[in-house]
Ligand binder design. Structure first.
Ligand code: HDE
Length: 684
C-alpha cells in the first residue's frame, strides 16, 4: 500500500469574512450559526440532530465543580520565591540552600467561612497558601494569616467548620461568625480562646491581602540527613500591616465586595508587585523541652522575642492568572507536598491535614489526575508508574508500567533513588494506642492573655467592640455568658467591658484546667499598629473634586502621592469628571455613589465653595466626609470645602488630622502625615 500522508490537524481553519478565527465545536468543526438552534421550521420544535447545540449546553451544564468545603472564596497569583540566606547547615532542601535561585510560585489567598461568592471583607481568618515549584518537587506551605488555630485535634475540624458555616435548618448566616452556633462551639471548646482573641482583633479585617502576615502555624522540621531542626514559618508583608475598621468593613462589603481581589489584581497590573519576606524561627529539642508550652500544640505561638524570626528570602507576585478557573479554582494545595529536607512533626492538626487535603481534591477535581493540571504539576521532571483514571494526561510511555522490570534504562522507566530521594525523619515511635489529649496542651488562657496585653489601647478597644458586636448577634443569653466567663480568665478589664456593652452582670469565671500564667510579657510583634508601615506606599488617596477646582493643587497633590509610592482615585459627581481651573479636563475614576471614602486610606476634598454647596445636597457626598472623619482618616480640604463638612454636621477646622491645603507647603505637610495612616487620637 502507498504511504498516505495523514492530516495531523493544527492547520488554521479559514478565517471569517471579517477576519476572525472561526468558532468551532470541541471536535474542531467550524460552526455555521451560533444564534439559533436547529428547528423543524422557523417556529417548529428542536431537532436532536443539532450536535452543536447539544454539545454547548452539555458543557455549560457541567461548568461547576464543588467549591472548597472551606476557603471557597480565594484569589490566586503567580510569582517567584528568591532565597537570600542559606540554611544549608540545617536542611537538604535546595529551595532553602541555593541563595539567589528564583523558584516559581503560585499563591492563593482566601477567606475560610464564606462560599465562593461571599464578600471579601467579612470578619474571618485568611488562608495564605503558597505552592513553590522547586527543582526537587513541589513544596506547599498552606498557612493562614493567624499563627494559631481554634482546635488542637483535627477530629474537631468538621465541628468547628459546621458551627461557623450557615445553620443547617435556615441556610444562613453566610460568611459570619456573629451567630449562636459559632460562639456556642468555641465557648464549649476552651482551647479556642487564644485564636478567638486573634479572631476578634483587627487581623480578621485586613485592609488588603498585601498588608497581612502569613504563618505556617504548625511546627515543621528542617532535615539534613538524619539531623532535625524545628521550624516555624512566617511571611512578613513588605508594605507593613494594616487593617480597616469594622464599620468600614461592613460598608466596603456593599460598595465593593471584591475589594481585596481587585486590590491585588490592580497592584500586579500596575507593576507594584506585592512582596513578603519569608522568615523562620529555628529551634532544637532542648529549646522545645524548656519552652513553657508544647511546640506540637497549634494553639500556641513561640514569641518572636524568645526565638527571633530570621529572614531568609522573599516572595514576589508579578503575574496575574490568565484564567481564574484554570489556575485559582483548580489549584490543589496539600500539606503533604514537601520536598527533601522538610518534614513533619506530630502536631495532631498537621497529621489530620495530611490526610484531608489529598482526599478533598478527589471530590473537588473529580479524579486522581489533578496533578496533571498545569497549575498543580511540578515544573521539574516527574516520572512514575501511576497510570489511567479520569482525564489521564501523561501516562507512562513504553512497555513497562511496573518495576522491578528487565527492560533496561531505555525502556524500563524510572527507579527509586536512595541517595537523593525524599527521606522521612527517622523519629522513634512507641506508645499505646489511645484517644487522649496530652496534658501539655491544657493551658488555654495564658497566651490568649498575652495576645490581648500586647495590643495598643486602640486595638484593645477594637477587640472589645468586636466581641460586643459578635455576642450581640447571639440570641441565647447562656452562650453570651459562657463567652464572658472565659474572658475573665484572659483579662478582667476585657470581660468587664464586654459584659457592660452587653448589659449583663459579670458571670463567674470558667474553671480552667490549669491556672493561667499571668506573668507572660507582652510581645510587640503581635500588634498591627506597633508594626504599621512608615510610608503611604501601596495605599490609595481618594480625591473628591468639583467643577473649576485649582488645577495646580490637584496635580501637585497627585504627583506627591505618586512620589511616595501611593495612588490616587478621583471621585466626582459624574463619572465624566470635572473641568479644572485651567480648562483642562479631569476624568473621574468613580461617580460619588461608587466611590465612598471607605474605599480609600485617606481622602482629599478639593472643591470650590460652589462645588461644596452643590455637594451638600448629595447624601453620598455628605457620607464621604462624615465617614472619613469617623474612620479617623487623614483629610485634606480646600478653602470652600467647609460647607460640605457643615452639611454633615462637622467643622473641618477643629477636627484632628484635617489639613487645610492651598499651596505646596500645606500639601507637603499633609502627605508627610499620611505615613501614619490614621489619626487615632481623633475622638469619637
Ligand atoms: Fe485547611 N483545608 N484544614 N487549614 N486550609 C482546606 O483543602 C483542613 C487548617 C488552609 O487556597 C481543604 O483543598 C483540616 C489550618 C488553607 O486552596 C481541606 C484542618 C490551616 C486552605 C482542609 C484544617 C489551614 C485550606 C479544603 C484541621 C492553616 C485553602 C479545600 C486539621 C495552617 C487552600 C482544600 C487553597 C483548605 C482541611 C485546618 C489552611 C478540607 C482537616 C490549621 C489556606 O482539605
Amino acid at each position: 500500500m502507498d504511504d498516505v500522508e495523514l492530516d495531523k490537524g493544527g492547520a488554521p481553519h479559514q478565517t471569517t469574512a471579517d477576519g476572525y478565527d472561526p468558532l468551532t465545536t470541541q471536535q474542531g468543526v467550524p460552526v455555521g450559526d451560533d444564534q439559533n438552534h436547529l428547528k423543524a421550521g422557523a417556529r417548529g420544535p428542536m431537532l436532536v440532530e443539532d450536535f452543536h447545540f447539544r454539545e454547548k449546553i452539555f458543557h455549560f451544564d457541567h461548568e461547576r465543580i464543588p467549591e472548597r468545603v472551606v476557603h471557597a472564596r480565594g484569589y490566586g497569583m503567580r510569582g517567584y520565591f528568591e532565597l537570600t540566606d542559606d540554611l544549608s547547615n540545617v536542611t537538604d532542601a535546595k529551595v532553602l540552600t541555593e541563595v539567589g535561585t528564583k523558584t516559581p510560585a503560585f499563591m492563593r489567598l482566601s477567606t475560610v467561612a464564606g462560599s465562593a461568592g461571599s464578600p471579601d471583607l467579612v470578619r474571618d481568618v485568611r488562608g495564605f497558601a503558597v505552592k513553590l515549584y522547586t527543582s526537587q518537587g513541589n513544596w506547599d506551605l498552606v498557612g493562614n494569616n493567624i499563627p494559631v488555630f481554634f482546635i488542637q485535634d483535627a477530629i474537631k475540624f468538621p465541628d468547628l467548620i459546621h458551627s461557623v458555616k450557615p445553620a443547617p435548618d435556615r441556610g444562613f448566616p453566610q460568611a459570619q461568625s456573629a451567630h449562636d452556633n459559632f460562639w456556642d462551639f468555641v465557648s464549649l471548646t476552651p482551647e479556642s480562646m487564644h485564636m478567638v482573641m486573634w479572631h476578634v482583633s483587627d487581623r480578621t479585617i485586613p485592609r488588603s491581602f498585601r498588608f497581612m502576615e502569613g504563618f505556617g502555624v504548625h511546627t515543621f522540621r528542617l532535615l539534613k540527613g538524619d539531623q532535625s531542626t524545628f521550624v516555624k514559618f512566617h511571611w512578613k508583608p513588605k508594605l507593613g500591616m494594616q487593617s480597616v475598621l469594622w464599620n468600614e468593613a461592613v460598608k466596603i462589603n456593599g460598595a465593593d465586595p471584591d475589594y481585596h481581589r481587585r486590590d491585588i489584581w490592580n497592584a500586579i497590573e500596575t507593576g507594584d508587585y506585592p512582596e513578603w519576606e519569608l522568615g523562620v524561627q529555628l529551634f532544637d529539642q532542648e529549646f522545645a523541652d524548656s519552652f513553657a508550652f508544647d511546640v506540637l500544640d497549634p494553639t500556641k505561638i513561640i514569641p518572636e522575642e524568645e526565638v527571633p524570626v530570621r529572614i531568609i528570602g522573599r516572595l514576589v507576585l508579578d503575574e496575574n492568572v490568565d484564567n481564574f478557573f484554570a489556575e485559582t479554582e483548580q489549584v490543589a494545595f496539600c500539606t503533604q507536598n514537601v520536598v527533601r529536607g522538610i518534614g513533619f512533626t506530630n502536631d495532631p492538626l498537621l497529621q489530620g491535614r495530611n490526610f484531608s487535603y489529598l482526599d478533598t481534591q478527589l471530590k473537588r477535581l473529580g479524579g486522581p489526575n489533578f496533578t496533571h493540571i498545569p497549575v498543580n504539576a511540578p515544573k521539574c521532571p516527574f516520572a512514575n508508574f501511576q497510570q489511567d483514571g479520569h482525564m489521564a494526561m501523561c501516562n507512562p510511555s513504553g512497555r513497562a508500567n511496573y518495576e522491578p522490570n528487565s527492560w533496561g534504562t531505555d525502556e524500563g522507566g524510572p527507579r527509586e533513588n536512595p541517595e537523593n530521594g525524599y527521606k522521612h525523619h527517622p523519629q522513634e515511635v512507641s506508645g499505646e494506642a489511645v484517644k487522649l489529649r496530652p496534658e501539655s496542651f491544657a493551658d488555654h488562657y495564658s497566651q490568649a492573655r498575652q495576645f490581648y496585653i500586647s495590643q495598643t489601647e486602640v486595638e484593645q478597644g477594637h477587640m472589645q467592640d468586636a466581641l460586643a458586636f459578635e455576642l450581640s448577634k447571639v440570641e441565647r443569653a447562656d452562650i453570651r455568658e459562657r463567652v464572658v466567663a472565659h474572658l475573665r480568665n484572659i483579662d478582667e478589664g476585657l470581660a468587664e467591658s464586654v459584659a457592660d456593652a452587653l448589659g449583663m452582670d459579670l458571670p463567674d469565671a470558667i474553671e480552667p484546667l490549669v491556672e493561667p500564667d499571668r506573668s507572660l510579657d507582652a510581645s510587640d510583634a503581635l500588634s498591627i499598629l506597633k508594626n504599621g508601615p512608615d510610608s503611604f506606599a501601596g495605599r490609595t488617596l481618594g480625591i473628591l473634586v468639583s467643577e473649576g477646582v485649582d488645577a495646580d493643587l490637584v496635580t501637585s497633590l497627585q504627583s506627591r502621592i505618586k512620589d511616595v509610592g501611593g495612588s490616587c482615585k478621583v471621585v466626582a459627581l459624574t463619572v465624566a469628571g470635572v473641568r479644572l481651573s485651567d480648562d483642562g479636563e479631569l476624568e473621574a475614576d468613580e461617580k460619588i455613589e461608587g466611590g465612598p471614602s471607605v474605599l480609600f486610606d485617606a481622602v482629599a476634598v478639593i472643591v470650590t465653595s460652589d462645588g461644596a454647596e452643590q455637594m451638600a445636597d448629595v447624601p453620598e457626598a455628605r457620607d464621604f466626609v462624615s465617614d472619613a472623619v469617623s474612620h479617623k482618616k487623614f483629610i485634606a480640604f480646600t478653602d470652600g470645602a467647609e460647607k460640605l463638612f457643615e452639611a454633615a454636621g462637622l467643622d473641618a477646622n477643629t477636627i484632628k488630622g484635617c489639613f487645610a491645603v492651598s499651596d505646596a507647603e500645606s500639601l507637603d505637610a499633609f502627605v508627610e502625615q499620611l505615613k501614619e495612616l490614621r489619626a487615632w487620637s481623633r475622638g469619637g
